[in-house]
Ligand binder design. Sequence first.
Ligand SMILES: Nc1ncnc2c1ncn2[C@@H]1O[C@H](COP(=O)(O)OP(=O)(O)OP(=O)(O)O)[C@@H](O)[C@H]1O
Length: 282
Amino acid sequence: MTVPTDQQALLTLDDIVVRFGGVVALDGVHLDVRPGEVHGVIGPNGAGKTTLFNVACGFVPPTEGRIHFAGKDVTGWKPHDLVDHGVARSLQGLGLFDRLSVEDNVLIGADRHARTGFFSSLLSAPRATRDEAALKERAVEVLDRLEIADLGGRVVGSLPYPLRKRVALARALVAEPRILLLDEPASGLSETEMTELGDIILDLSREVSVLLVEHHMDLVMRVCGRLTVLDFGRVIAGGTPEEIKANPVVLEAYLGAEVEDAPTRTPGDAQASGTTKGAGRA
Ligand SMILES: Nc1ncnc2c1ncn2[C@@H]1O[C@H](COP(=O)(O)OP(=O)(O)OP(=O)(O)O)[C@@H](O)[C@H]1O
């Protein structure tokens, strides 16, 4: 599928191919994320969502294709270079330091703005004190925004999983990214926690673009302005949640059946089980 590049896009993944040996995980995928947009990536199991996320983060270099961010060709850039340029991510495996406090975990994420760096601050290197004070202020602001300011001094390993997820999100946000990449942020959350997460994402989207890879359709349909649907490593559809819900190609991919067989069921209905995980490959 040839799709013209959106000139206004903040992040563009253009004609991305990823091969793992003989497996073609992505086969010419195009995706644009615009400023201020929450862009969802959905698709049945094995469709290539995680691979696409890893390409956007810099974890997996594309075999073919280009990645542009904020007007720069960033193809082949390492994850930490992308973070330095405003691409933050929050992963399923949260990657937190369990023995450090919430605040220290978040400060590690702030390193992009520290002239001296978090670790030299810990060693009280010259010039570090003023930077550290400003960063701490920023960390407190972010924790407050995510309603976990009272947990700043707690050791991360002592917190329940949903709160750890918020800490991971705070760590990504404290660097003041221009785009936030979220890999299944709703996994392991209750309905109420998922609703709160949706509120947070919508609130954040006033300042930061979001690329959201997620199985929970109720969350995706609520917070995303546009969706890209993958199947077998290709884009099979793109559009607003309403367009995607009504798209017979998407229905077929998810259900693995002719649309006539299941006329009333849409991807948005998949929350009957809360998630589409496991769907579409039976
Ligand atoms: N490191 C790898 N080596 C070989 N094949 C891989 C690797 N990573 C992914 N694949 C394959 O690439 C395809 C896409 O996988 P990917 O994990 O990106 O899909 P997904 O949409 O995220 O799936 P799920 O919803 O089940 O997490 C699958 O066929 C998968 O088996």
